[in-house]
Design a protein around this ligand. Sequence first.
Ligand code: NI
Length: 169
Amino acid sequence: MALIPILLYPDPRLHKVAKPVQTVDSRIHKLVDDMLETMYEANGIGLAASQVDVHERLIVIDVSQERDQPLVLINPEIVWSSEDKLLNEEGCLSVPGIYDGVERAKSIKATATDRSGERRNIDAEGLLAVCIQHEMDHLLGKVFVQYLSPLKRNRIKTKMLKLAREESR
Ligand code: NI
């Protein structure tokens, strides 16, 4: 397994739209393992392939306290979303140190292919539902700060660019 560098907002590659995974083969297994290692190392609860510059529909998630319940969602689709919304403070490994409220469906039903290639149904609510929606946005090239006001988003962009400049010195 190996750590993969995570793209940082406002990197334009974060806005690419991911294509479906064609076959769950050894290349995908390695990508899943590397993404899980990268997510755990960064203390994240979710990571989309788009964030590691692989533009295929694949996300990994672990919202458990013990960090021992990895979920692999390949070609995920949301088939139902509740009208009930939840306002949750979100963060993102591509926008480190920034947290802000985003409203999302409180519960969802989704389908996705798992690591072994089986298609599965997922009923999710609360944090897991929010996380799946956040990560699936990445596959569409969308980062959570795009839900915030233009003023807030510009402040975040400026802050991130300043950090990147300082780090490259
Ligand atoms: Ni994110």
